[in-house]
Design a protein around this ligand. Structure first.
Ligand SMILES: *[C@@H]1O[C@H](CO)[C@@H](O)[C@H](O)[C@H]1NC(C)=O
Ligand SMILES: *[C@@H]1O[C@H](CO)[C@@H](O)[C@H](O)[C@H]1NC(C)=O
Ligand SMILES: *[C@@H]1O[C@H](CO)[C@@H](O)[C@H](O)[C@H]1NC(C)=O
Ligand SMILES: *[C@@H]1O[C@H](CO)[C@@H](O)[C@H](O)[C@H]1NC(C)=O
Ligand SMILES: *[C@@H]1O[C@H](CO)[C@@H](O)[C@H](O)[C@H]1NC(C)=O
Ligand SMILES: *[C@@H]1O[C@H](CO)[C@@H](O)[C@H](O)[C@H]1NC(C)=O
Ligand SMILES: *[C@@H]1O[C@H](CO)[C@@H](O)[C@H](O)[C@H]1NC(C)=O
Length: 702
């Protein structure tokens, strides 16, 4: 007994004390033999059951079954499974009854004896098989002549003795279980029961049958099975070659003779038998009787690992795994790199979306696909205009004309300007502002979608004198006035009308768009910045932004945008629109002396300011109102930012609700720092006392 738990050994010891007591009566024991039934106390039966359970735990590994019975005692019965008719007697297993004299009770009997533990014959998962060596000494004693039938060494999954397996069946199968029963047997036949038997003294290998697949007479090997002497047989199975070899010799002179095999048979046991089998013996008597005794039995088994098939199967498993692993690794790295590369863009995207989403009237986010199809893949035929920021295309979205601004990738502040536009005008809603419908940020494309302004920008109407189309593009005084009023309203709204003060910073004729009714719409908020009234303490970065000719002189000193610099640019715009000429020397950045301002002021000094008006107007204007507008223009362009009117005041002057500002006849010299005017009321007109530089600061993410 191997591999028993301490618990179990304890039970066995307990059993042996009690068992000795109960089974010590030899008479009782003999009676049992005569009655052909083996009696065990109940707890021994329990132990037998437990043995087989523990036994099967042991055989989870192939070829771990080893045991040795040098002789058989009553206690050996605990490790054995004996069928009816079988018993242990005289230190031997009597497979068929030993009736000690009464031959009549010996006839037509069969029996089976098995070791309780199973042998694990093969394991497909681990690709292992068991080799074994079953060596036993048996004795066949014919009490009278003739004799029969024989005994067999068995490997079977079913220990139960088949009914009617006596006589020629040797306890291996019966007439109906032949070919069905999972049994492989090595028969030692002492009777020629049917024509297929070679003789009455042979060894054969039977598979699921009583008919041997191969048999060998033993006479030639010096063995007479029924001579009543002890015979040693070894049944060897080599799992590697799947070959069963049988050695038989008379005991005593054995050692030498066991070297030469009697019979060798190729047997694929792993195909013929289930994984777990019992090993044991069967025997039978027929019309003629004999005693079939097993005197000793050594069984050992060992594992054989099928290397080549293992390697092959593992290869078949490993190669696809390796390939799949490799591919997914490559895919992962590729994906990771892509994602990593995209991550920054993605972060920006998120930040962008967050920034944009905080606005209540958030503009729509478009898909790049939609905008590509809207503009026919940014067809140059649809180009509306081009600027430093990028190109504007005309497009059609849901049968509505739109202008799509594609911010050029090399634009220095592309993304910031983009965010600026969305976050400033995305929130704003005013009839004199170009409405931002939506935006798109995909694959480094920055796109803004505006409502379409069919009449384009203001500059093409006022700066075209001399060109052939000049007359067509001429704007009447009324239109010019309403355009200026519109811009003034838009700026007033930006400066004073919304919860956050917005500085446009780039007011110029080309940024004023005209809708179908020639209403002014202020557009291009690429430079626009929001100022929170409460955040005046923030520092601004010094950046000079805007368009030369429209930039207030102080901005070159402060480097800051303010409400006043917007007003200055508005003043220049008034003069442009009234005079129909460009503001000055556009290529000179440090443009302190704006030529259009100097020119108009000079004529103002000569009190002939009316002469500056666009010749194309042909006197179709109200002279007083024209002079008023020109004076307002000059007032807005006052070199001293403190002297400039607020947009609120400017709007009142334009609508005639306030008197035109008083302009000094000489253009005051630019002084820095600027003098704060003594006139208190001028200050009161302003929306806030803190508008002026450097208090009016630029809030910017840069
Ligand atoms: C044998 O068994 C039968 C019933 O199974 C019983 O009546 C008989 O007494 C037994 N014989 C002996 C000797 O115990
Ligand atoms: C059983 O016996 C065989 C042969 O003697 C030996 O190789 C094997 O290791 C033994 N196995 C166990 C589990 O003791
Ligand atoms: C088989 O086992 C017996 C008994 O243990 C031993 O004498 C014999 O040498 C073994 N045969 C082989 C081939 O190992
Ligand atoms: C063994 O065979 C008997 C009779 O043929 C059958 O009743 C029993 O179910 C079988 N047991 C197993 C485990 O196959
Ligand atoms: C063979 O044995 C089985 C099981 O022991 C039994 O059911 C069947 O009836 C037997 N066949 C014959 C012909 O006795
Ligand atoms: C075998 O032994 C038996 C009994 O001793 C004897 O009757 C028989 O003739 C022997 N057979 C051979 C072939 O020697
Ligand atoms: C044994 O079986 C055979 C054949 O079935 C029969 O002729 C004989 O009488 C039986 N013997 C006994 C003692 O039952």
């Amino acid at each position: 007994m191997k591999r028993l738990s301490p618990f179990f050994i304890l039970l066995l010891d307990f059993n042996s004390c009690k068992g000795d007591h109960i089974l010590s009566d030899t008479h009782h024991f003999n009676m049992f033999i005569f009655n052909n039934s083996l009696y065990f106390p109940k707890f021994v039966k329990f132990l037998l059951l437990a043995t087989s359970i523990f036994g099967s735990a042991c055989v989870t590994q192939v070829g771990c079954l080893n045991f040795s019975y040098p002789a058989f005692h009553r206690k050996s019965g605990e490790d054995l499974h004996l069928s009816k008719n079988s018993g242990i007697y005289n230190d031997a297993i009597q497979i068929t009854p030993d009736t000690a004299g009464d031959i009549g009770l010996l006839s037509n009997m069969s029996g089976r004896v098995f070791h309780n533990e199973q042998l694990k014959l093969w394991d497909n998962q681990r690709n292992t098989k068991a080799s074994f060596n079953s060596t036993f000494v048996f004795n066949i004693f014919p009490p009278d002549s003739p004799w029969g039938e024989g005994l067999a060494f068995l490997l079977t999954s079913n220990t139960s003795l088949p009914d009617n397996s006596d006589g020629q069946w040797l306890g291996i199968v019966n007439a109906t279980s032949i070919g069905v029963s999972n049994v492989v047997a090595v028969e030692f036949d002492t009777r020629k029961s049917y024509p297929e038997d070679i003789d009455d003294n042979h060894v054969g290998v039977d598979v699921k049958s009583i008919y041997s697949i191969q048999q060998e007479p033993l006479g030639g090997h010096g063995v007479n099975l029924s001579s009543g002497v002890d015979i040693t047989a070894s049944v060897l199975f080599d799992a590697k070659s799947e070959r069963m070899t049988i050695f038989v010799s008379k005991s005593g002179a054995t050692e030498q003779k066991l070297k030469t095999p009697v019979l060798s048979v190729d047997l694929e046991l792993s195909k013929l038998l289930p994984e777990d089998v019992f090993v044991g013996f069967s025997a039978s008597t027929g019309e003629y009787a004999q005693l079939n005794a097993i005197r000793s039995w050594d069984f050992s088994s060992w594992e054989y690992i099928e290397r080549d098939p293992i390697n092959l199967t593992w290869l078949w498993v490993l190669i696809p795994i390796f390939v799949v692993g490799l591919l997914s690794g490559i895919a992962f790295i590729y994906y990771w790199k892509r994602k990593h590369r995209k991550d920054q863009g993605l972060d920006d995207d998120l930040q962008l979306e967050l920034e944009i989403k905080t606005s209540s009237t958030a503009p729509h986010k478009f898909k790049l696909k939609e905008l590509i199809s809207a503009t026919q893949n940014f067809n140059s035929l649809n180009k509306l205009g081009k600027g430093g920021f990028g190109t504007v295309y005309k497009g059609t979205l849901k049968n509505k004309d739109v202008a799509v601004k594609r911010i050029s990738k090399d634009s220095r502040h592309g993304k910031q300007d983009f965010i600026a536009e969305i976050t400033t005008i995305g929130n704003l809603n005013h009839k004199n502002l170009v409405k931002l419908i939506g935006w798109c940020y995909e694959r480094t494309e920055l796109l803004l979608v505006y409502e379409c302004m069919p009449n384009g920008s203001l500059d093409k109407y006022i700066f075209c004198s001399g060109s052939p189309a000049a007359e067509d593009l001429n704007l009447s005084w009324e239109r010019r006035h309403s355009i200026i009023c519109g811009v003034a309203r838009a700026l007033d709204y930006l400066h004073n009308g919304c919860d956050k003060r917005v500085l446009h910073r780039d007011i110029k004729a080309s940024n004023i768009m005209l809708d179908s009714d020639f209403n002014a719409r202020l557009g291009d908020f690429g430079l626009a910045r929001t100022i929170l009234f409460s955040e005046n303490t923030h520092h601004s970065t010094k950046e000079i932004a805007g368009t030369p000719g429209y930039m207030a002189p102080e901005s070159f000193h402060t480097g800051r945008a303010s409400v006043e610099t917007d007003v200055y640019a508005f003043g220049v715009l008034i003069l442009e629109v009234a005079c129909g000429r460009k503001p000055g020397r556009p290529n000179v950045l440090n443009n302190y002396n704006n030529s259009i301002i100097d020119w108009v002021w000079e004529l103002h000094r000569r009190e002939s300011i009316i002469e500056v008006l666009d010749m194309r107007l042909n006197c179709t204007f109200n002279k007083d109102r024209a002079i008023c507008m020109l004076k307002l223009g000059l007032a807005c362009c006052h070199p001293n930012p403190y002297e400039r009117p607020s947009m609120k005041t400017a709007l009142l002057v334009l609508t005639g609700e306030a008197a035109p500002p008083i302009i000094p006849s000489e253009k005051p010299a630019f002084m820095w720092p600027a003098l704060v005017p003594s006139l208190k009321e001028e200050l009161n007109c302003r929306q806030s006392e803190s508008l002026l530089t450097p208090i009016t600061e630029l809030i910017s993410g840069r």
